[in-house]
Design a protein around this ligand. Structure first.
Ligand code: PMP
Length: 364
């Protein structure tokens, strides 16, 4: 029917086939409208409906009410590295605390430093970011502007099992594990995620912010960098990425109607990741896991092979099995299999079968 491969890319990443088919079916004409989601005005009634349904679906999936506002922004997650400190550190008169567990939280600290004092609670670069802090290693204080962390480090493949304890607003970069499991949103002040991993195409970033924090935003920010502009104007102060938001709506609908919510998604994600981690445990000399066992990510499975040659051979042979985008990030090396929500179980089974076959043919 189609020549799709299993795409293990870290992002932009695989989307649910059903979502792609619906977008394809409506590409020339949205029902009754005679134009596509790429051509229609963001001021249309149709797009008002898209925004309303996407937000309602996210509220339902996450179990949040009106105490949070859902914003749709552009500039990717990296712009959030700047807008977070602009809105909540600038003029706060106290430092922000950052937990550095990999490449993305590290990058975020550099932007925050432009806005004010940053206190690093944890940074295990010297351990090559293979693990996350134990609770006793985090001494957060009650006088910080906020506590920032990244729930899933996409490059290293380490994921927090639970939120760090915080007496101040908790700010989370959930770009690569958003909606992969249920969340206790009462723990969060701000949570953001770019769409291109677990949510839709690149171009939109979802920011969920607790309403009382919007009152802390200092005056004088450029309006498109001020969260209050998006909150006041229902994310319509300028032209949002209409098509991307529409696909996010379809993905949230898929999560609710086809998957059956985040608890079911979590069970599937554990099953999928378990298949691959099982092989890392079975063939530890060949598949050398990067993340410490209790920090393993449900979304990005990272491991090295004994040599560069073996890694290149693995990637080459996998491609012949139609298993693509498996090369790890250059800073970690080896292999990274990104298995986001939309990666079908058959894709992970195919990778598992390939890995077993490869192991049997390897001398190690
Ligand atoms: N944070 C995390 C955890 C990511 O994985 C990424 C992208 N790989 C980013 C931030 C940056 O996202 P963007 O490219 O949308 O700026």
């Amino acid at each position: 029917m189609h020549e799709r491969v299993y795409n293990f890319s870290p992002g932009p990443a695989v989307l649910p086939l059903k979502v792609l088919e619906q977008a394809q079916g409506e590409l020339l004409s949205l029902p009754g409208l005679g134009m596509s989601a790429m051509e229609i005005s963001h001021r249309s009634k149709w797009f008002d409906g898209v925004l309303a349904e996407t937000t309602a679906n996210l509220r339902k999936l996450l179990g949040i009410g009106e105490e949070f506002t859902v914003l749709y922004m552009q500039g990717g997650s990296r712009l959030q590295f700047s807008t977070i400190p602009m809105n909540f550190l600038r003029g706060a008169g106290k430092p922000a605390e950052y937990i550095v567990t990999g490449s993305w939280s590290k990058t975020a600290t550099a932007e925050a430093r432009r806005e004010g004092e940053v206190r690093i609670l944890f940074d295990n670069k010297d351990e090559n970011y293979r693990r996350l802090p134990r609770p006793d290693e985090l001494k957060s204080s009650a006088d910080a502007a906020y506590l920032y962390y990244c729930s899933n480090e996409t490059i290293q493949g380490v994921q927090f099992a639970a939120e760090p304890r915080a007496d101040v607003p908790l700010v989370c970069d959930a770009s690569s594990d958003f909606l992969c499991r249920p969340l206790d949103m009462s723990r969060y002040g701000v949570l953001f995620a770019c769409a291109q991993k677990n949510l839709g195409p690149a171009g939109v970033t979802v920011v969920i912010v607790r309403n009382d924090l919007l009152e802390r935003v200092p005056e004088g920010l450029h309006s498109m960098l001020d969260y209050r502009t998006y909150a006041k104007e229902n994310s319509l102060a300028n032209t949002p990425p209409v098509f991307a938001v529409y696909v996010v709506m379809l993905v949230t609908r898929w999560l609710l109607d086809d998957i059956g919510g985040l608890a079911k998604m979590y069970a599937l994600n554990r099953q999928k990741s378990g298949m691959l981690y099982g092989l890392l445990d079975k063939y530890p000399d060949l598949y050398q896991g990067h993340a410490q066992r209790d920090c393993r990510s449900l979304m990005n499975v990272t491991f090295r092979l004994p040599s560069e040659e073996a890694t290149a051979q693995f990637v080459k042979e996998a491609a012949a099995w139609r298993l693509c985008e498996l090369k790890g990030h250059r800073s970690v090396g080896g292999i990274r299999a990104s298995i986001y929500n939309a990666m079908p179980i058959e894709g992970v089974e195919a990778l598992r079968d390939f890995m077993i076959d490869f192991a049997k043919r390897s001398k190690t």
